[in-house]
Write a protein that binds this ligand. Structure first.
Ligand SMILES: Nc1ncnc2c1ncn2[C@@H]1O[C@H](COP(=O)(O)OP(=O)(O)O)[C@@H](O)[C@H]1O
Ligand SMILES: [Mg+2]
Length: 380
């Protein structure tokens, strides 16, 4: 399927590109391919990847798990048949490191900073609080944009249970840090009040998931310390969250929604696109990844094919011809199903810009494979 427009061109000049979608659909791949395309055209680009396939991380030179940007060697890109007029830096998100830097910036003094970093509730935040990873991803984005080193930052998004979680994360995180939920735990005398537990069980599952990991007498001290230390920082947090929301909602940003040509991820993509539209986030395009191309060529009647194979001296020409016909029919059916799904997405969304990437035989985990995806996104 030929794409009607060039997605890289559509994104040129934007400072932020957010790539979202269901788990496993190809967000990381598409993020890297778009970043590569923007860099090829002359921009200074950073791509924040999340859980890249191991071989992709090593192809990008970021398999050391640190969250500092690494320059992708332009010679590698040129070897893949692509020009490189700008620069491409890649990094992996490290939520805890990002949060530690945020705390270091916002903490009023050294003592307060140390106290927070040691706190057990804090230490569990990035893994136990729903939306924490999303919050850190956006925070990392903010850091990179603020650094002034980049014309464009492409943000891959965490594999959320639901892609919509991404949008709610900053607010949920600020609410958590604000501590209303945690405060409920502390009864009037500083112990855990019965009402507190009940309220938590009713609605505070996010808080519970942290608290359940911590037991013992230390817990209450941890909670009150956590609340105390964040008291002076809450404002900084919430300002940061609004700044991010403002940036993401502005014309400097674009959202790209990735899906596979299957009902489940497509359903998530449709819901995500609608939500983005309703909340007035700037929409880019829907990328349908791993689409099976329509097999070319006319149908040869199996008998004619068998005769050709017999002439060529193939053993069991009838059997071979029948299997070839079956394989062709299966490929046709798969391709038809994919196109049907793409039409369904287009119909559900009032014909948004949709672009497709074919299912490749080799996973695009080398620079050459990424460049191939980039060219598809540029219109094939
Ligand atoms: N168009 C494609 N053809 C073949 N394999 C692909 C394609 N796009 C992605 N992949 C592979 O599928 C796997 C999941 O892709 P990834 O980008 O990591 O998805 P996500 O970030 O959404 O979880 C990876 O191994 C990747 O190399
Ligand atoms: Mg990923």
């Amino acid at each position: 399927m030929n794409n009607a427009f060039d997605l890289v061109e559509m994104l040129e000049g934007r400072r932020v590109v957010v790539v979202a979608g269901a788990g496993g659909v190809g967000k990381t791949t598409v993020s890297a391919a778009l970043a590569l395309g923007l860099a090829a055209r002359g921009a200074r680009v950073a791509v924040v990847t999340i859980d890249p396939a191991r071989r992709l991380a090593s192809a990008l030179g970021i398999d050391d798990l640190g969250d500092t940007p690494h320059r992708v060697d332009p010679a590698r890109v040129q070897a893949a048949g692509m020009r490189m007029e700008g620069t491409l830096d890649a990094l992996q998100l490290d939520p805890q490191a990002t949060f530690d830097r945020l705390v270091a910036r916002e903490a009023p003094d050294e003592a307060a900073r140390e106290k927070i970093l040691r706190n057990r509730i804090y230490r569990h935040l990035s893994t136990a609080v729903a939306g924490a990873q999303e919050f850190m991803a956006v925070e990392r984005l903010h850091e990179l944009v603020d650094s002034g080193h980049y014309d464009a930052v492409v943000l891959d998004t965490p594999p959320a249970r639901n892609a919509l979680d991404f949008l709610d994360a900053p607010e949920r995180m600020t609410r958590f840090v604000e501590g209303r939920g945690l405060r409920l735990l502390l009864g009037p005398r500083g112990g855990v009040g019965r009402t507190g537990w009940r309220a938590l069980q009713a609605g505070g599952h996010m808080v519970m998931s942290v608290v359940e990991r911590l037991t013992g007498a230390q817990l209450l001290t941890d909670i009150s310390e956590f609340l105390q230390s964040f008291d002076g920082m809450y404002e900084g947090f919430s300002e940061r969250a609004s700044a991010v929301r403002f940036l993401l909602a502005s014309d400097s940003s674009r959202f790209v929604v990735v899906t596979g040509p299957r009902p489940e991820p497509a359903g998530e993509a449709i819901a995500l696109w609608r939500r983005l539209r309703d909340d007035r986030y700037p929409l880019g395009a829907v990328v349908v990844n791993r689409v099976h191309p329509q097999p070319g060529g006319a149908d040869a009647p199996p008998a004619a094919l068998a005769a050709l194979l017999a002439d060529a001296g193939a053993p069991d020409p009838e059997g071979l011809a029948a299997r070839a016909a079956d394989a062709l029919a299966a490929a046709r059916a798969r391709s038809a199903a994919d196109r049907h799904e793409i039409r369904a997405i287009a119909g559900a969304l009032d014909a948004p810009p949709i672009t497709t990437v074919p299912a490749l035989d080799d996973d695009p985990v080398e620079v050459a494979g990424l460049a191939r995806v980039t060219r598809e996104l540029e219109g094939g």
